[in-house]
Structures are given as C-alpha cells and as structure tokens.
Design a protein. Structure first.
Lengths: 299, 220
C-alpha cells in the first residue's frame, strides 16, 4: 500500500511543494489508502465533528461520573469566565473548559470521539470550539482542523505510540495537544512548516508525562491533563505563528517521545500502581470506590 | 503502518472512558464473537498487564462482554452488557493474570457452547485499534498493513486451492499467506493478507467451500 507521507518532514515537504494544506494531503492519502470517495470521507469526519460538538454541549451543562471523582468543572470555568475577570484570557479558558467538558462526558461513560484516544479526547475539540469563536471558520474548515490533527496523529501513532499503557500520558494528551496546536496554526492561516513547529513545541513540553490514573479510572488526573494540554497547544500555536521555531525537528521530538515511553517503568504506564495513583489519597480513593480486593468475576 | 486511516486517529466514536481499555476491548470481544460465528453460551476472559490492573476502572469487562454480544464501540447497550448477557444466558468470568505478556493490554478470550469452544488472544494497541495475536493456539503473524482473512478449516487436501481459486475469481491478490495446523488431519488455519478489501459476497462464498469451518476478516 502506498502512503503519501510517513513522517512530518515528508508531510510538510509535500504540502509546500504542491502548495496544499496539510488537511488536504491527509484527505488525499485517505482516498488513496481506503479507496473511498472524498465525499464519504468528508461525511464521516463531519459526523465525528458532530459527536464532538454534542459532547462539549453536554459537558457544559454539567455531568457527573459514576465514581463521583470528576464532573462539573467545565460549568465552574464557564461561570467564572462569565464574570469577566479571568487572568489567562477568554479564548484560553474557553478551550480549557471545553476540553474538560469533553473529558467529563467521557468519564461519565458518555459518547465521545477518540482524538487520538478517549482519555485525551478533550484537547482537539476543546481548542477547536474555542478558536472557532475567534476565527469564525466555515464548517469545512472545522472538518479540516480534524484532518490536520489526524495527519500529525497518524505520524505519531505509526512512528511512536498513542497508547498510555505503552508510552505514558505524553503519548496520549501529549500527542493530542501537539496535534491540536498544528491544526490551530493551519486554521489561523499559518504555513505547514509553522504547524510542524507548533507540534514540536507542544510535544517537547509534554515529554515525560506519565500515565498514573487514580483507581485506574480515566478521571484523575486525566481531565485536568486535558485542560492543560489544551492550554499548551493554544500557546504553542501562538508561538509558532509569531515565528518561533523548535531547535529539535518535529520527527526527532516524536522519536524522543517514543524512547522516553520505552524506558518508562510499567508502574507509570496506565497500571494505576505509581505516581498519583500511589499517593495516600489516590490509594484511599481507590479503596473507597472499589472497596479493596480486585478479584473474581465481574464487578 | 499499523495505523492506516485518519479515522484510526480521529475516532472511533465510542462510549467512554478509554479507547484502548473500553473501545479496543469491545472490539476484541466482537472479533471473538465473529470468529466463533454465533452467540457463545459461556466466556472466560483472562486479562493481562494494564488490562488486569485497571479493568474495573476502565469498564474493560463491560466492554468485552458488549463485544461478545456483538455491540459496536458506540452502542449505548455496552453500559448494561452484564445484564444483557444474563438475559441471553451467557455465563462469564474475568480472570486477572499476573504473568508477563508482550503487550500491556492483552486479553485471552475463551468462548464456547455445547457444540465447540474457541480461544483467542487480542491486544489493544491504542486509540481503539486492536490486533489478534493468537487463535486456538496458532500464533497469528499479521503485519497489520493489509486487510486479512482468517480461514479455520479441516486439514484436507484441496482446501487451500479452493480458497485461493475463489479469491482469484474476484481478482483479489494474495500478498502474504500462512498455513498452519496442530495435528495432521485435524484443525488448520489459513492466514491470508490481501491487497484489496474483501466484500461480504466473497466471504459468503468462502464459507460455502467444503471443509471450511469459519471465515473472518480482520484489520479492516
């Protein structure tokens, strides 16, 4: 099977050479690899976008997880923003609240679209629906935001990992944040190279992030990591649009993420045995939720 | 390339909370159901690595049972799959294992009814994507780069020729093929990687061939 790109360098070179958007290269590759029409592919992504919109809306109304560990923070953030005194600015907090909203819905076993995973599903839609208010994109441009995110995620998944169990949270929220940063740059009119810089800058600041879910639930600290992932990507997109470059090329940053994941102890890769999961409070919460021993059939 | 489509990255649409531990788990369960070919009467599910450590928190158990009931990743019924299984009379048991496995998210699913039983090993490699690594003790070495067909059959002469003739008829090119058996004259398995997607029509025709027990598509 033929692929148009296997790494970020090839992706950016192709986009520059053919004077196309990264989202366009991703769409063309999808047509080539899956043998489906452009219309079918655009329609499927449109449906995914709708799922994301509905999850954000639901989360902003307020949800609660079964364990009671998460829920309601998206509402708190929106109420705080409405008072008009936010320090970090409305766009940033809007992105944060919408990322939180999505992940609160996920934790409550609601319907979401994995981007690239469920535990990191808040970052891409969170930033998209916040940036939307500033840039007023068309529906097609919003769908393209997802293809651009997907193009970078495709490279990470095939050259490193997007699994917390394999590579820690850097592989999940790290990847999601970097993907979102690249897509924000394209939507804001930046170049493919600037998308790649934004990706690298974001990922560099997510390196080493471990996966240590309390009680093994995709709640603590996952929801707040999505919040900070969203903030990270908006800031990195602005840096790249300002002309700031990453000294380490994008593909090498992805390589470093993979290497770090490989050397991460298993206790810090989604086993709920180390990090925040192993703190006294983490342990106490686990016992409270599951009541001790984890054996036998079912729950 | 293990991840071929942009929808492996932006997707799947799914019930939370984890793409690897919930959506991937549901998909592993569903492939087991598909390979078995009918609703099993019972299921024993061995969980390894991160699956064993965190399956309750991620609803991995609920999702695998949902998959065994043929639910897709976004099917709301996943949430109540234990009750649904009970209604359908499918008994099930989860066994967290301590042993080391190659991949942290591994499940071995053994299913059966009064007619037969089947064992399958699956791994969830991230973002809801899965691989099947073993079927009835046969290791499966799939590159994951191409669509693949699994054919469980009796170890009789002509089986392989019939299957390849059928694929030839539909102009489907075989990129890689492996044939293995446990004992002479007993159950055997063909693993066939092809260049084109295989339609339902072809699958149905393969199923009708003599001495073929089960035919399944994997890796989209």
């Amino acid at each position: 099977m033929e692929y148009l790109f296997r790494n970020v360098r090839e992706l950016v070179e192709l986009a520059e050479k053919e004077n196309k958007l990264i989202s366009e290269i991703m769409i063309e590759q999808e047509i080539l690899v899956t043998d489906r029409t452009r219309e079918e592919i655009m329609k499927q992504m449109d449906r995914n976008l709708t799922v994301m919109e509905e999850a954000v809306e639901k989360g902003l109304k307020g949800v609660q997880s079964v364990s009671g560990l998460t829920g309601g923070d998206a509402v708190l953030l929106q109420e705080y923003m409405a008072k008009g005194n936010s320090l970090s600015g409305d766009l940033l907090l809007d992105a944060v609240s919408k990322a939180v909203a999505t992940n609160e819905v996920n934790a409550a076993m609601g319907t979401i679209c994995a981007t690239p995973t469920a535990g990191s599903a808040g970052v891409v839609p969170g930033t998209l629906f916040a940036v939307k208010n500033k840039l007023n994109p068309t529906r097609e441009q919003m769908i393209r935001f997802l293809f651009t995110s997907g193009a970078f995620g495709f490279v990470v998944a095939n050259n490193a990992s997007i699994s917390g169990a394999a590579g820690g949270c850097q592989a999940e929220v790290g990847s999601a944040a970097a993907m979102a940063a690249a897509a924000i740059v394209e939507m804001a009119g930046g170049t493919p190279q600037q998308s790649s810089e934004a990706f690298a800058i974001t990922m560099k600041n997510m390196l080493g992030l471990v996966c240590d879910p309390v009680a093994g639930l995709v709640e603590v600290p996952c929801v707040k990591r999505n919040a900070m992932g969203a903030a990270n990507s908006v800031v990195a997109a602005d840096m790249a649009l300002a002309g700031v470059k990453s000294r380490i090329p994008c593909d090498e940053v992805i390589g470093a993420m993979f290497e770090i994941g490989q050397s991460m102890p298993s206790a810090l890769r989604e086993t709920a045995k180390g990090g925040l999961a192993a703190t006294p409070t983490g342990k106490w919460l686990e016992a409270k939720i599951f009541g001790g021993a984890v054996v036998g059939s079912g729950r | 390339m293990k991840f071929k489509s942009v929808f492996d990255i932006i997707g799947p649409v799914m019930i939370g909370p984890s793409s690897s531990h919930t959506a991937g788990a549901a998909r592993i369960g569903r492939v087991a159901r598909d390979l078995f070919g009918r609703q099993p009467k019972w299921a024993k599910i061995h969980l390894y690595g991160s699956f064993a450590e965190t399956y309750k928190g991620h609803s991995t158990d609920v999702a695998i049972i949902g998959g065994l009931l043929d639910y897709d990743t976004f099917d709301e019924r996943i949430k109540t799959s234990f009750e649904e299984a009970e209604k359908l009379g499918m008994a099930f048991e989860f066994i967290p294992e301590v042993g080391n496995v190659d991949h942290p998210n591994t499940a071995r699913i053994v299913v059966g009814d009064d007619r037969s039983e089947m064992s399958m090993m699956g791994i969830s490699i991230g973002g809801g994507k899965i691989e099947i690594t073993e079927l009835n003790g046969f290791p499966l070495r799939l590159s994951g780069n191409h669509p693949a067909i699994l054919v469980v059959h009796e170890d009789r002469s002509g089986c392989i020729a019939n299957v390849s003739n059928c694929l030839y008829k539909y102009d489907i090119n075989i990129g890689h093929m492996e044939v293995s058996r446990k004992e002479k004259g007993h159950m055997a398995l063909m693993v066939i990687e092809v260049d084109q997607n295989v339609d339902k029509e072809v699958m149905d025709e393969l199923r009708e061939l003599p001495n073929i027990t089960q035919v399944t598509r994997i890796a989209d």
